[in-house]
Design a protein around this ligand. Structure first.
Ligand code: PEP
Length: 255
């Protein structure tokens, strides 16, 4: 049984005070929702304060990125050693990192290895750009990204994959549930080939890209889709809690 998973990626939004306010607005209701693993990924500067706020709650914490070295002369970077004291998850290979900051498949692979070595669970993001999608290259791109990111890594269950088509992120143009489910099924087959069928069946694979309270049901009602990585809508307490509540209801019904 794969436990449904919803993560909120706040990206480069919220000052420290705003982040605390946002957590306070959702904490009580989010904490009570059962049957869904809930993860908040605020900016680095809020991790310490929010880790304290989430203590004794059912809500987990994640970072949005990290460097792969443990420590040293890497000005401005944050290491797995620093994160592992604070959070259990880390988003890696987000398309904004790949396309705005030139992160390569090789770097993503090093980061996944470093995260796992430090007991941080990667939320590995993959997804094709619009031109790849239009050229019919979605499977080729995600297969390359997944294979590269997991290269040289022994099969592990402590990993979540998020299929996030770049054209759907922050655009308001989500993929259809059917499209997302088909690509997620394909990703599962890639993992089965790379590792084995058992692990592939156990891994949570999420959809991400313009998920809202209004469309979450379309994704979550596909048994193949185990949850969502939510960007913009995770910055609105009411909407994010609604997404998690809806996920809990639908997944319970379709178990
Ligand atoms: C994301 O940042 O991973 C994301 C999916 O963003 P949005 O929900 O805003 O499209």
């Amino acid at each position: 049984m794969r436990i449904p998973f919803i993560a909120g990626n706040w990206k480069m939004n919220t000052t420290a005070a705003e982040a605390e306010r946002l957590v306070l607005e959702m904490l009580e209701r989010l904490d009570k929702i059962e049957g869904v693993e809930k993860v908040l990924c605020p900016p680095f500067v809020s991790l310490v304060a929010i880790s304290m706020m989430l203590e004794n709650s059912s809500i987990k914490l994640g970072a949005q990125n990290m460097y792969f070295e443990a420590k040293g002369a890497y000005t401005g970077e944050i290491s797995p050693l620093m994160l592992r004291e604070l959070c259990g998850f880390v988003i890696l290979g987000h398309s904004e990192r790949r396309w705005y900051f030139g992160e390569t498949d090789e770097q993503v692979n090093k980061k996944v290895k470093a995260a796992l070595a430090n007991k941080l669970k990667p939320i590995l993001c993959v997804g094709e750009r619009l031109e790849d999608n239009e050229a019919g290259k979605t499977e080729e791109v995600v297969s390359r990204q997944v294979t590269a990111a997991l290269s040289g890594i022994e099969p592990v269950r402590d990993l979540v994959i998020a299929y996030e088509p770049v054209w759907a992120i922050g655009t308001g143009k989500a993929a259809s549930g059917k499209q997302a489910a088909a690509t997620i099924q394909f990703i599962r087959a890639v993992v089965a080939k790379l590792w084995n069928k058992g692990i592939a069946q156990d891994l949570r694979i999420l959809y991400g890209g313009s998920v809202t309270g209004a469309n979450i049901a379309e994704f979550i009602s596909h048994p193949e889709i185990d949850g969502a990585l939510v960007g913009g809508a995770s910055l609105k307490a009411e909407e994010f809690v609604g997404i998690v509540e809806r996920t809990a209801e639908i997944k319970k019904r379709t178990k």
